[in-house]
Design a protein around this ligand. Sequence first.
Ligand code: AHR
Length: 503
Amino acid sequence: MPTAQVTLDPAFRIAPVGRRLFGSFVEHMGRCVYGGIHEPGHSEADVDGNRLDVLKLVRDLGVSVVRYPGGNFVSGYRWEDGVGPVGNRPRRLDLAWRSIETNAFGLNEFMAWSKLAKLEPMLAVNLGTRGIQEACDLLEYTNHPGGTRLSDLRRAHGVAEPHNVRLWCLGNEMDGPWQIGHTTADAYGRLAAETAKAMRQVDPTIELVACGSSNADMPTFGSWEATVLDHTFEHVDYISLHAYYEQNGDDRASFLATAAGMDRFIEGIVATADHVAAKKKSRKRLMLSFDEWNLWQQSRFGGHTNLSWEQAPRLIEDTYTVQDAVVFGSLLMSLLRHADRVAIACLAQLVNVIGPIRAESDRPAWAQTIFHPFALTAQHARGDVLRVATTTDLYDTAEHGAVPLVDVVATHDSESGQVTVFAINRHTNEPARLDIDLRAFGDLVVAEHLYLGGDDLDAANSIETPERIAPVRATGHTIDGGHLRASAPPVTWNMLRLVPRPA
Ligand code: AHR
């Protein structure tokens, strides 16, 4: 039986749990916008066409930031098409996803929706087919109070107050040959730096994200960041990273250890950013924006060039299993343990398109399996992330080498006294014994131990059985002399919440 001896201490803090770690992403892709968050005429839609059943799930998910409007889509997008009277908006070819874009939903609709959902917007500018001028124009339209051509245009469009959007991405995945306007690190770095400087002249309060690598397997990974940051280091606040993971054939052992790959990816970028800082003799510690991450069975996607021109087609509507929820929960643990450097993370995407939420025209929206670890982590990872001292057994994987069978992350909220422990048991047929030394926190009791995983790893939620998979309540834990002892069933993601013993 695998065991994990864990010691926690409130003094060993990594960083506060930033709420922006629980972001997501809405792209004009497939049915994420149309038929996802927005579906006029649906029985659950409000007067603006926003689906309230989807909105409720978005709120329950606990999402903080939402990135918009892409993704690959943004690299061919004209933001002006999506503002003003809906009847005057052009239908366009969206080259990124070979789709027909009606532009019925645009910037002001997105801003109204994010207000309703109580989310912080994060906008991307098009540095694929456009450049500095359009980025500044969009920023003026969005954030300038009034008295200029574009801010007055916004007002004429019925939005009197500026949107005051803080977070801006300087393009999307410009290292990828699939990107419209794909370019070299040098050319992108120069453009991103100049765009950043000009945008800050429009609004000095914004925070800017430069494009890092589209994934850790890109041939330019590492050198791309080094070159881009050589140009942009002083002008941006974040470097982005994107990653989508899937099981390779029947190699479950490696898939369960995916978080080890995510750890390495993050640490590689941190090292590169700090290398650039050292070269520039700068004390600045650049933060990371993991602004697209998820599981995605990308090998099953035939690529955009094989699609036919359609309006809001069904694209990459992956169904997530119980096993996916376990791995997904462990990716959140990786993000948490890097909270000192990862400031923003966006689960890509939010609805239908590799989304934790699914929606169909004739039924209420429902939550996929991966919804649950996200919602629980967003709700209960509070206060500071703690440095965890864990002793556990290792196992060998083809993709990641030797990896701990049990991985643990913990947070501590000094105000409420709550300690939350997240643990994954990667053993495929044995429960893991957790022995957690909590003496440094005083007298705690277990408020709950929930897990996802267990016997039927292929089970999933569906339109017919939307609530089949939900967190399971575990029993059998004890606290004795400040030691928590609990058992994590095989292939499970676990959350244990400990609170001070009531007086
Ligand atoms: O999320 C789907 C796509 O994946 C995004 O448009 C792109 O940025 C990434 O390659």
